[in-house]
Design a binder for this molecule. Structure first.
Ligand SMILES: Cc1cc2nc3c(=O)[nH]c(=O)nc-3n(C[C@H](O)[C@H](O)[C@H](O)COP(=O)(O)OP(=O)(O)OC[C@H]3O[C@@H](n4cnc5c(N)ncnc54)[C@H](O)[C@@H]3O)c2cc1C
Length: 348
């Protein structure tokens, strides 16, 4: 008898597996590589919503927790994935600068927004109204993180490269059984793949497709992530990720010419240097109707659980909600109503 089955190894599944490892629980993970959201992510952790200059949900708590979470993984896997990248917000007008300073005065934002105006010294960028700087930011190389994590689990024989088949799950009172193997609990962490999950596809996880282009620009020489009409995120060696798009109609992970065109058009509004497009990636963010994660147990089966709805902020939210779910299952610590899937019981 295992302690857990985990279905899906994106940021949600990996965050939950970290809890299991920390607590010495036995588990096996199923992963079929059908969703790409975590791998294509920009990987930025940024506690501020840069459109409105407000703090993201539970931002401060999450930042404190996430830093040590990813540092521990670096140590455990002997890899380097955490890069401390400053995030600069380009101001479009003097009015925006004023709104920024007003926001920075609010207690919740004083630790997150710098009150210094940052002048632009980079000839390759058109920044007439200077920048505001967000504190406590950085980037996680999610592709490297997940590839290394999967290799680590393979070495321990703890991951199977296969699609989980929902119809084959046998549910008993104190355990579940799948293809002859038993576990006390099963956690579904399939991202947007949850639409195929017969236990949880009643939940309103809508999905929002995002695409990035990867450009090479020798003249840019940028070490900060710059947010204007799009983000420019430095990857090193003159490569940059530029994006992302938001599309709630197309639910495929295929790259599109429309997204490439949109991103180039937005980039050229403030980039003043020649560049080439070297690559393009796409994935579907598991977004929810009320912009809060989906955490909790199936209404009829107490050993079937879900960790999903990380939306566009999986880097910070993943580790935070994984701990909440673990404490809920193992220690019966109640889940906050705003993340508990019980808020959607009327949709069953
Ligand atoms: C373009 C883009 C940019 C983003 N940028 C950022 C960013 O800068 N910062 C940030 O914090 N967040 C960012 N995000 C959001 C972040 O990536 C998501 O919040 C996060 O990836 C969600 O993780 P997840 O594990 O829930 O889902 P996923 O990453 O989709 O993982 C689910 C996993 O489950 C597997 N799976 C599904 N069904 C099955 C099945 N039946 N059997 C076996 N395996 C299965 C899938 O293959 C997948 O590996 C971005 C997202 C996109 C698309």
């Amino acid at each position: 008898m295992l302690d857990y089955f985990v279905v899906g190894l994106g940021l949600a599944g990996m965050s939950f597996v970290e809890e299991l490892e920390k607590n010495g629980k036995s588990f096996v993970v199923y992963e079929n590589y059908s969703q790409k959201s975590s791998r294509v992510a920009g990987g930025l952790y940024n506690p501020v919503i840069l459109k409105r200059f407000t703090a993201a949900w539970k931002a401060l708590e999450q930042v404190e927790n996430a830093f040590s979470f990813y540092k521990n993984i670096e140590k455990k896997l002997n890899i380097s994935i955490l890069i401390e990248v400053p995030v600069l917000r380009r101001f479009n007008a003097v009015e925006e600068q004023n709104t920024w300073f007003e926001a920075a005065d609010k207690p919740i934002l004083t630790d997150l927004l710098s009150t210094e105006l940052i002048p632009n010294k980079n000839q390759a960028l058109d920044i007439p109204y200077q920048y505001g700087k967000v504190k406590n930011t950085g980037r996680i190389d999610t592709e490297k993180l997940l590839t290394s994590y999967i290799n680590y689990l393979k070495d321990k024989d703890s991951i199977l490269n296969e699609s989980f088949n929902y119809d084959s799950l046998v549910i008993q009172k104190d355990y579940v059984e799948y293809k002859g193997q038993r576990a006390r609990n099963i956690i579904f962490t399939e991202g947007y793949g949850v639409v195929n999950n017969t236990f949880f596809n009643y939940l309103p996880i809508h999905g929002n497709k995002g695409e990035y282009i990867i450009i090479k620009c020798d003249k840019l020489k940028l070490s900060e992530a710059v947010k204007s009409s799009v983000f420019i995120i430095p990857l090193g060696n003159d490569y940059y990720k530029v994006g992302a798009t938001y599309n709630n109609k197309d639910k495929t992970s295929a790259i599109t010419d429309e997204a490439k065109k949109e991103l180039q058009e937005k980039l050229e509004r403030f980039l003043r240097a020649e560049y080439t497009v070297e690559d393009q990636v796409a994935g579907i963010r598991p977004t929810t109707k009320d912009r809060k994660p989906m955490v909790g147990s199936h209404p009829e089966h107490q050993n079937i659980h879900i960790l999903n709805g990380l939306g566009s902020r999986g880097i910070l939210i993943g580790p935070y909600v994984a701990k909440k779910l673990y404490d809920y299952i193992e220690y019966q610590k109640p889940l906050d109503g705003e993340i508990n899937i019980s808020r959607f019981k009327n949709l069953r």
